[in-house]
Structure formats: structure tokens, C-alpha cells
Design a protein around this ligand. Sequence first.
Ligand SMILES: [Fe+2]
Length: 266
Amino acid sequence: MKFKIYEKTKYTAHPTDEKGKVAYTAEENAIWQELFQRQQKIVQNRACQAYLEGLSLLQLPSDRIPQCDEVSERLRQISNWCVVPVPALISADEFFTLLSQRKFPAASFIRLREEIDYLEEPDIFHEIFGHCPLLTEPVYADFMQEYGKFALQASEEDRHFLARLYWFTVEFGLIHTEEGLRIYGGGILSSKNETIYALEAPHAKRLPFSGLAALRTPYRIDIMQPVYFVIEDFQTLYNLLEHDIAGLIEQARQLGEYPPLFPGNN
Ligand SMILES: [Fe+2]
């Protein structure tokens, strides 16, 4: 089984040299620059403070695609995580193994210019700009590792539920803060349109986070999300894994999934 998020791709991985570095073209670096400079402005006052602080701590280059090594160097010092380049397709076992070792897998390709605003596959802008800043947050960093450990031991059927948990938190999670609703999900924060839509679209549902509800909610990867779950803090996510995730999966299995809020099912 391929992990759902990495199910299909038309992109191919860039090879790394003997030092683990990827040689990107001027056009690829220019695409990163355009994405980075645009999105850096959009996430202000929309991303949660922990993400924004992480973004600042990582000191990502604005004019070229960073190498995983240079991002890892900073991440290691802050939270003992690192980023490793992987092929565009990766098995669920590989994905969860890496997370369990505090290694975040990053596809090495960057989107084509014709897909600059929207693509289904996770590219390096999504992986590094979307996900890495929050890996500096200590509780979230531990949650990600625990998720990997738990999912690695889980059955294929249970992984189906765990993919939903990942989707509605790591990818598309919102968080309640004193300043108002903010974003922490990397799937949102690497998308220009969804960063605005997730907070402002009047017809999108924003429900208080419930582990059981997230496990029962189907999703589609190719549309703006019709529903988001809002956590109160990152400890909620960690506690979910520490306490009764196996029991919640069992409940979700027995209760069945909610009717989808979109046409067609994923
Ligand atoms: Fe992602």
C-alpha cells in the first residue's frame, strides 16, 4: 500500500549527488522564489505563532530551493528532527519509519510553473515551507514522531483511519489562539488560495477538534476542504496518541464514516 497522500505522481524525483545534494535549474529556483516570496506574506496573521517563529528560525533561502541538509542542520539543533530527500512515491512503511526516527521525508521535485497555484502532489515547497517550520515546536515535534511509531505498528485497515487523522491535523489543521483562528496544517500553509479560504470562506465548516470525528470523516485531496477541525493546543494531538487512539479507531470502525460533504468519495 502506498500512503494515501503519496498515492500518485507525474513528477519524478531529482537524483542526489554523493553529498546528498540536488542540482536544481534556474527555472526551478525561480519557481521557489516566486512561491516563497508570495506565501511568506500571505501566512502572516494567518499561520499560528509557533509556525511563524519556526519559519523565522529555519532561515529558509528566498531565492533558491534549499537543500535538505541545510534545513536539517537547523532543525536538529532545535528539535532533533531532520529532513531527508525521498522519491516522489514512498511506501507507507517507509513513510512511518522515517517519522518514527524524527526524519521528515521530502519529495525533491518542485511543481511546474503551470501548476504554481495548485497541485495535488506534495512537492518540496509543500514539504519544507508547509511542514518544517512547525517541526521546531517541541510538543508538535513529539506528536509527529509518536504518530510515526504508532502507524508503523498499525494494520493496513487502521492506517486508513490514521491517514484521516494526519489529513485533518498535520495537513489541514486549524488552531484556536488568543488572536483568533490560525492555521498550522502544512497542506494549507503551502497553498496560496487555501490559506485564505480556510480562514475566510463562509461555507467551510470549522468544527472543534474531536479525534473520533476526524477518524470518521472522509476527505478528498483534490478540492478545497469542506471541513476543518480546530484544536485548542498541540498537547491535544500528543495526548490523543498517548491515550486511547486504538480505542478511538475501534469506535470509528464500529460507528462508520460520516456521509461525505463533497460529491464523490475518496
Ligand atoms: Fe504534506
